[in-house]
Design a protein around this ligand. Structure first.
Ligand code: PEP
Length: 242
């Protein structure tokens, strides 16, 4: 059976005090659950201090495609490693749409993450316009192809793919289990055409307004291995652990 992972994207939320309370509450609640929290850069040291030795991993929400140099304001993969990160989100739709990250830049970040030994959580997904114009699969394929071109399909053995339809992120609109399953099956099928064994093991998460109330139904779909979520984290993790 595929390993399940539940990932929580904090986005630009939190404070030292709030995180202390939340992370300490997650620790006992998530014993035995394969979970990761992706916190803002300044809180990585705090996540490391609180979560070390627990079953919860931590990671960042972005990284530079460069390893070091004159890139003011950027954070490299090796810096994330210094704070015990094991995961990093790349290509979140908010980075793609609000910060102009192209498929090629996302692929560069993916490569930088893997080169340092971090597991990239590669986000893909279509906008509402794209879904309504019937190009969902073409968009997801294009986003995956940029990574496959730069890093090779086999690199996905050390990555997580997260299908996050842009229209569902933070909107309260969730893809139905059938809609999500259809795209997950498309992603798995696309990878299977290149490497069937890898495809059968690939974790493909769904993200977009996952709630405790719909997590179990989504994760019951054959190709949905886990979920990327921000709210109701403990309940969702528990649904993912079943
Ligand atoms: C996300 O930002 O990755 C996400 C899934 O957000 P939300 O759960 O708020 O839709």
């Amino acid at each position: 059976m595929r390993k399940k992972l539940v990932a929580g994207n904090w986005k630009m939320h939190g404070s030292l005090a709030e995180n202390t309370a939340l992370l300490n509450a997650l620790k006992p609640a998530l014993v035995g659950v394969n979970a990761v929290v992706c916190v803002p850069f300044p809180y990585l040291a705090q996540a490391q201090a609180i979560l070390s030795g627990s079953s919860i991993a931590w990671g960042a929400q972005n990284l530079s495609e460069h390893n070091k140099g004159a890139y003011t304001g950027e954070v490299s993969a090796s810096m994330l490693l210094d704070f015990g990160c094991s995961y990093v989100i790349v290509g979140h739709s908010e980075r793609r749409s609000q910060y102009g990250e192209s498929d090629e830049l996302v692929a560069g970040k993916y490569v930088a993450a893997q080169a340092a030994g971090l597991t990239p959580i590669l986000c893909v997904g279509e906008s509402l316009d794209e879904r309504e114009s019937g190009v969902t699969e073409a968009v997801v394929a294009r986003q995956l192809d940029a990574v496959i071109k730069l890093a090779g399909v086999d690199s996905l053995a050390a990555a997580i793919v997260a299908y996050e339809p842009v229209w569902a992120i933070g909107t309260g609109k969730t893809a139905s289990p059938e809609q999500a399953q259809a795209v997950h099956a498309f992603i798995r099928g696309k990878i299977a055409a290149l490497n069937p064994d890898l495809a059968s093991r690939l974790i493909i998460q769904y993200g977009g307004s996952v709630k405790a109330a719909n997590a179990a139904e989504l994760m019951a779909q054959p190709d949905i291995g886990a979920s990327l979520v921000a709210n109701e984290f403990v309940a969702i993790c528990q649904a993912g652990a079943k």
